[in-house]
Design a protein around this ligand. Structure first.
Ligand code: NI
Length: 388
């Protein structure tokens, strides 16, 4: 290839101070999901300054852009997410959030600056590109609704492959976590309502107690993982909200349970709702009550395509990065919705922080900005050549 991997690495080092400045500006002015108006304006300005062509995303927030190569070829997409969290920052950094109660505690400011860097690197060598690199700055990842909106707006049309990353505080800078197959879990939600019969605490025989029934349902749901899921699969069932009653001496009428199910395997994911419904309704019936399950399917598991994983791994090798087998997380990522339509790969980028995602003292090592910009520029070049 004419574009040497060394070229991008060297250029990314010169770009580093600018990427740090962008990331810190984003960090000081975090915006929550689907409210990323100023973030969107900043990204647009920075891309325009780098002569990257903006496309019309037709959404209130988020940015779509492209680097069009001089030579014909396929279109691939690099994706960053842009939203922050309702977390009050406690890092004490000089560039800490200036917005009370809001923080880039998941490092999406880092993803955004890094992919702008990749766009700038690619734009400078657009003459040599065989195809088009589309850049997507996706809103509302934290609510798991942004990717769906972006897809409905047409951002994936004509795209042959998609690449993305999440910073990983457990890996040092210069290390990437890569694997074929599942990286993040599917995320589904359940809401259960138990209809009993209220009454006097001292006269339980006249009541149907939803507190006892709700407790029995929580316990019975544990068998979804231990007895219904294959031991070769991974699943988590967490009941995170349990509410019933308002006084110490009154048996209430109703109970409410809410929670989430996480899996890596589509087969495991498909089995759970019916089994959960049987347990919920069966347990309630055993106590003479009724219970209802509302199941909300949200997002599938991030599942890396073998060929795309090979492309990004080869790119990482040219950059001299240390490559480790990625450890999947039971957290969710709506990047998975792109992979339902287009083959792709999502990696962990080592950013060597002290705290986990969403923590008020979450930090990352900004040296990973240049590393990421260069890696994604090289990945894009190699993907265009390999697919085209
Ligand atoms: Ni995140």
């Amino acid at each position: 290839m004419t574009l040497s991997a060394n070229y991008f690495r060297e250029q990314s080092v010169s770009l580093q101070p600018k990427l740090v400045a962008m990331r810190r500006e984003l960090h000081q002015y975090p915006e929550l999901s689907n409210e990323e108006y100023e973030t969107t304006a900043r990204i647009r300005t920075w891309l325009e300054e780098a002569c990257v062509r903006l496309l019309d995303l037709r959404l209130p927030t988020g940015v779509l852009a492209e680097v069009k190569g001089a030579r014909p070829g396929p279109t691939i997409l690099l994706r960053a997410d842009i939203d922050a969290l309702p977390v009050a920052e406690q890092t004490g950094l000089p560039f800490a959030s200036k917005v009370p109660g809001k923080m880039h505690a998941c490092g999406h400011d880092f993803h955004t600056a890094a992919i702008i860097g990749a766009a700038e690197l690619l734009q400078a060598r657009a003459d040599e590109l065989h195809g088009t690199v589309r850049l997507l700055f996706q809103p509302a990842e934290e609510l798991a609704v942004g990717a769906r909106a972006v897809i409905e707006a047409g951002a994936l049309e004509g795209v042959s492959a998609v690449f993305g990353m999440h910073n990983n505080p457990e890996l040092p800078v210069g290390t990437v976590g890569i694997r074929t197959g599942p990286m993040t879990a599917s995320v589904d939600r359940f809401d259960i309502s138990v209809q009993g019969k209220g009454g006097h605490a001292g006269v339980p025989e006249a009541a149907v107690d939803p507190v006892v029934i709700s407790s029995a349902i929580v316990t019975a749901l544990q068998t979804l993982v231990s007895r219904n899921a294959s031991p070769h699969h991974s699943a988590v069932v967490s009941v995170c909200k349990l509410q019933a009653g308002a006084a110490w001496n009154i048996i209430p009428d109703t109970g409410v349970l809410e929670g989430t199910v996480r899996t890596f395997q589509p087969e495991a994911r498909a089995r759970i709702p019916d089994q959960m419904r049987r347990i919920v309704e069966g347990v309630a019936e055993g106590y003479g009550a009724e219970a209802y399950l509302k199941w909300t399917a949200m997002i599938p598991a991030v599942n890396n395509d073998a060929r795309m994983t090979g492309i990004i791994q080869a790119a990482a090798e040219t950059q001299g990065l240390r490559i480790v087998e990625a450890v999947p997380t039971m957290g969710g990522e709506d990047f998975s919705l792109y992979q339902e339509r287009v083959p792709g790969c999502f990696i962990w980028m080592g950013t060597g922080g002290t705290e986990q995602w969403h923590h008020p003292r979450f930090t990352l090592n900004e040296e990973a900005l240049a590393v990421s910009a260069s890696l994604f520029a090289v990945t894009a070049v190699q993907a265009l050549r390999s697919i085209g």
